[in-house]
Write a new protein. Sequence first.
Length: 207
Amino acid sequence: MNRRLGVLISGRGSNLQALADAIREGRLQAAIAVVVSNRADAKGLERARHAGIDALCIDHRGFTSREEHDRAVVHELQARGVGLVCLAGYMRLVGGPLLDAFPNAILNIHPSLLPAFPGVDAQRQAIEHGAKVSGVTVHLVTAELDGGPIVLQRTVPVLDGDTPETLSARILAEEHRAYPEAVQVILEGGWRVDGRRFVRSVSAASA
Ligand code: GRF
């Protein structure tokens, strides 16, 4: 698979940083071709530029529809030969143009064990529900919000004294390990999507 990544962000960009660190340290054989933010004030844009990565803002407020904004994002990704798109705190629904341009080639990371607690504030949802275990999910992106085939999950305990902030911090540390691993799994190939399921061939899974 084409190992050129396009990372889409809206804010802090700590998962973007984790991907960049994993590449630098040789844990992930890939290159970040471009970082695109829909917000000009995203801290992640600074991180990208600091790491010498091409980074640009495509502000969604300059477009009349989601499709039009998506098409502009697709244009920039394709112009740089991106093969895999990684959503990393991208606070936008992904629409048809992106899904069509990158079939089964868009990943997202979500701070819960999906299908529990999709959408925003997943850590607060887990605490308020009284869950004893939450975690991290990396999944392929489909038109269903936080609903695509699950590539990888990691569990994180929910402690009695947890606040959304303390649980988020514990989950985030796990996210930073999980995302580079999941990207590596995708890039290595030897997998297929079977209905809702992401399935690795036996040889790929034991590698
Ligand atoms: C992470 O918790 C991620 O799971 C969720 O948004 C947050 C982004 O954090 N989708 P960062 O911008 O990568 O620091």
